[in-house]
Design a binder for this molecule. Sequence first.
Ligand SMILES: [Zn+2]
Length: 99
Amino acid sequence: MKCPYCDSESIVFRGYRYNDRTKKRLRLCKKCGRKFTLHDGYWRMRFSRKDIMKAVSLYEKGFSLAEAKKHLERYEGIKVSRWTILCWYNKYGSGKRKE
Ligand SMILES: [Zn+2]
């Protein structure tokens, strides 16, 4: 497990954070001192809306998932799995993908 801000692995468990309905494990990074929760918050911190829309638009333009992944890595510096791109597309895409 790594800190989403600085990639340090010195993470300590700092109890729980309560939302309306959910309980999340709160972690503290000993290196940069920031607190974060995993799962929910994690990906949102790593990828901006702009990154996500870039990935989705590549896929919509007719790139395959593998091609979109490669392109994002090479030209945008975004490391993402094919599965993640597909998830983003299902969530944010227009549903009008060119075949
Ligand atoms: Zn950190």
